[in-house]
Design a protein around this ligand. Structure first.
Ligand code: MG
Ligand code: MG
Length: 248
């Protein structure tokens, strides 16, 4: 069921989103070679708790971390652990925070030290793909238009579009209707209405679009081990456009 949020609910979602954005801003200073993903996870969890929220992903479907941390060929759902960041890595932090029952969700991809020119291109173009997807949003638009915008941009730049994972409605649950795929056709899919809140989150790969799951039953990796990037904002659909709730 797709829900329309009241003004009061939107205020809570703004605060949840703000906490997620602030957590990203806070973590940037720690993204350096040598830090473990568990250390990043614990810093994030403390920051979210101190902000009066709880980490949305902790125990969500049984996920063992507070946030998802995925490196290089890991697309999403990486479990924080002993792995240390290395110079040249791309690290993706996917952060959710729940404030008074409402969730914000934003993933961002960061270079660690000096990364390859291909990695720089992947980061820039995946962030731009998110912007392209957001740019078509307003009340009355079909969800398919978002996917179309993301996919066309990715194709133009020869990046693989991950299709197995999609954006989503968000509110009192992290994952609500509708699905928001990063591919599609204009004029198809549900119609967005003013007051809906959704997460738009392109996952683009330097190589193949294919992905598979590791034996930990969580981590999704690219089929050819090439790097992947992920950028995500939670937004509010407005009459004439959208408002980013997870500003950073
Ligand atoms: Mg996310
Ligand atoms: Mg999401």
């Amino acid at each position: 069921m797709m829900t329309i949020k009241s003004d009061y609910e939107i205020e809570l979602m703004r605060r949840a989103g703000e906490i997620v954005g602030n957590t990203h801003k806070y973590l940037v200073q720690f993204i350096k070679p040598g830090i473990t993903t568990k250390e990043l996870n614990d810093l994030a969890e403390k920051f979210i708790l101190k902000s009066g929220a709880t980490p949305s992903f902790k125990n969500l479907y049984g996920f063992p971390g507070a946030i998802c941390i995925s490196i290089n060929e890991e697309v999403v759902h990486g479990i924080p652990g002993k792995r240390k960041l290395k110079d040249g890595d791309i690290v993706k932090l996917d952060i959710g925070a729940c404030y008074q029952g409402y969730h914000g969700d934003s993933a961002w991809s960061y270079p660690v030290g000096k990364v390859s020119s291909e990695a720089v291109r992947l980061l820039e173009q995946t962030e731009e793909a998110l912007n392209q997807g957001l740019s078509v949003i307003h009340a009355g638009v079909h969800v398919g238009n978002i996917g179309y915008a993301v996919e066309q941009y990715a194709k133009k730049h020869h990046l693989g579009v991950v299709k197995e994972l999609v954006g989503h409605g968000i509110g009192t649950k992290v994952h609500e209707d509708p699905d928001v795929p990063n591919f599609g056709q204009k004029g198809t899919g549900p119609v967005l209405k003013e007051g809906m809140t959704i997460a738009v989150e392109p996952m683009l790969n330097l190589g193949t679009a294919e992905v598979y799951m590791l034996e930990d039953d969580w981590t999704i990796v690219t089929g050819d081990n090439q790097q992947s990037a992920h950028f995500e904002h939670t937004i509010l659909v407005t009459k004439d456009g959208y408002e980013i709730l997870t500003k950073r």
